[in-house]
Write a protein that binds this ligand. Structure first.
Ligand code: Z5A
Length: 236
């Protein structure tokens, strides 16, 4: 991919996935990556696709991830946690996201700034203006071209996450362990973000089978970023 197809001042394309616990973000990122990597003839590797996640995505940010998800920062409060997520994001942007976008890659990121707005803001009580100021400083112009918000009732997402955790013989992390009301506020917050920024965000019903959700995502990407799917095989 060459030039600046999204008009965002960079040759690559930045797509983020957001939503509550167990919404299927990891599952769907893998599927969209496979679909975008396939060329018109189904040949893998036709397009560079970088998959990454937040918190984390770079060695230094992954160290912050381990600390925050262990719950060690919880006693300092949601604003301190927002600062830690921002510190991780700063490194992730500098070392992985911006260099990938600059060479024309498609970057698919599991969570980004909207998670800070939803978890630390709407559900955690940090004032939105404070988080917007932090986002302006940390993210700058590297805003996503498209944000896919995977939406489903939190009871279903939490049940999926618990089942996955049981299979991996591990307990819930810092945020999975929060009460249902917290997760309901998260869902409302993501839907409010989508309603406030319809040009950037697409809400995807995440209750269907993985195949159904993958098809809805491909449709949303084709509608919003047609240059990405032109020629891409129906691989996922
Ligand atoms: N956080 C924050 O507070 N502030 C911030 O700024 C940022 C993050 C960036 C990261 O946790 C935590 O950090 C997160 C918010 C907070 N909260 N928590 N917990 P994480 O990365 O470990 O977890 P996550 O982002 O919430 O994702 P997840 O729980 O791992 O879920 P997921 O990626 O959305 O889903 P999945 O792994 O693809 O699927 C979950 C299970 O459901 C799995 O067994 C699948 O096989 C199954 N699945 C997937 N799709 C389906 C469908 N369609 N039907 C049935 N079953 C399905």
């Amino acid at each position: 991919m060459t030039g600046d197809p999204t008009g965002a001042g960079r040759p690559g394309c930045f797509i983020t996935f957001e939503g509550g616990e167990g919404a299927g973000k990891s599952t769907q990122i893998a599927r969209l990556a496979a679909s975008l990597r396939a060329g018109a003839d189904g040949r893998a590797g036709a397009r560079e696709v970088v998959t990454t996640r937040e918190p984390g995505g770079s060695p230094r940010a992954e160290r912050i991830r381990s600390a925050v998800l262990s719950g060690v920062a919880k006693p300092y409060g949601p604003f301190a946690e927002a600062l830690l997520f921002a510190a991780a994001r700063l490194d992730h942007l500098a070392t992985l996201i911006r260099p990938s976008l600059a060479r024309g890659a498609v970057v698919l990121c599991d969570r980004f700034g909207d998670s800070t707005r939803a978890y630390q803001g709407a559900a955690g009580g940090v004032e939105p203006g404070t988080l917007s100021a932090l986002e302006r400083v940390v993210v700058g112009p590297t805003r996503p071209d498209l944000t896919l918000i995977l939406d489903l009732p939190p009871e279903i997402g939490l049940a999926r996450a618990r089942q996955r955790d049981r299979a991996a013989a591990r307990g819930p992390d810092r945020f999975e362990a929060e009460a249902l009301g917290f997760h309901q506020r998260l869902r409302a917050a993501f839907l409010a973000i989508a309603a406030a920024e319809p040009a950037r965000c697409a809400v995807i019903d995440a209750q269907g089978s993985p195949d159904t959700v993958a098809a809805a995502i491909r449709e949303a990407v084709a509608a919003r970023l047609p240059h990405l799917v032109r020629g891409a095989a129906d691989a996922a």
